[in-house]
Design a protein around this ligand. Sequence first.
Ligand SMILES: Cc1cc2nc3c(=O)[nH]c(=O)nc-3n(C[C@H](O)[C@H](O)[C@H](O)COP(=O)(O)O)c2cc1C
Length: 368
Amino acid sequence: MTSKTNVPHLLSPLEKSLFLKNRVVMAPMTRGRAGEKRTPNSLMTEYYAQRTGAGLIVSEGTAISLQGYGWTHSPGIYTSEQIEAWKEIVNAVHAQGTPIFLQLWHTGRASHSSFQPNNQLPIAPSAIKIEGAQAHTLDGKKPYETPRALETEEIPRVIEEYRQAAANAKEAGCDGVEIHGANGYLIDEFLQSKTNQRNDKYGGSIENRYRFLKEVVQAVLTVWDAGSVGVRLSPNGNFNDMGSPDYRDAFTYTVRQLNNYKLAYLHLVDGLAFGFHELGEPMTIAEFRKIYDGVLMGNCGYDRHDAEQAIASGNADLVAFGRLYISNPDLVDRFVNNWELNPDAKMDIWYSAGAEGYIDFSTYKEGS
Ligand SMILES: Cc1cc2nc3c(=O)[nH]c(=O)nc-3n(C[C@H](O)[C@H](O)[C@H](O)COP(=O)(O)O)c2cc1C
């Protein structure tokens, strides 16, 4: 029925800046399986290959540099060994006809000195630490530290790390990159007044706070076409102690600016299921639809019904699913056939090492 009326739905292809077999996206999810070498392995290859029913896979957050690293056993894309290892995942995903974007991650103040070269402090726009949460270090959870504010002269080097990581992702054969501008990591820390109290050209006005993201996007666009670059933002989130009084103005400005680039997509963590800063009304995807012409991806707390509504209304072109993808490797098949879903996975396996709670969730056919 939907195809006759041409109303897009979750399982219909996307034929815009991206061509995808369906509009179901596997959300970026850190799973902590890359080991102390911070390098992808066959376990990770199997995990991604199991989830290739998605129209698009966005990889777990992947550190762009040694300094950007900040989560135990997460992978990087800054050594030749890591690039080679990512190729195996990319090839396995491509063998099933599915594209994969690598999520470029600099954790900023959410890193920990134990990950940093010479045990230095993590870097951030300003020396303001995360309260009320803990870092995932090799020795377990540790309180966050007060980061060191970047010198203005250092910022081009960090931008260059993004460019290099984007080039490395290309070398690994990825179809594109997603710039992680969400969830209180480095880019978000620059965007938001709560974490950016600089008085140079990267701080103060919203325009100045946006400058860091702008320069990252421009650097990445020297490596990739705009149609292969996505950006992720989280205007409503409080993860990593975020949330700024001027959030609506800041994110409206940012999205208006990003609209000029004709990117592959803008990925919005618009839902509140992962925490809401409660500083006013949440920003909705409908609100962003009015100011963003390109492909919009919604995320956070969506079930199938919400996703269908968001897509049918035109507010979203794509919907990313996170937790549903942990426990349902065949999520798209389950949607296609109206099969019931596996129960949500327990949080204690989200980042645990090994195969258990990672590649051992049954498909519907295996389970029935
Ligand atoms: C285990 C786990 C790891 C995550 N890691 C990342 C990550 O690396 N990068 C990111 O942008 N978001 C990450 N997220 C957030 C998810 O992408 C998504 O926004 C969140 O799960 C909400 O979507 P859902 O309700 O469909 O699960 C993670 C979420 C979970 C559950």
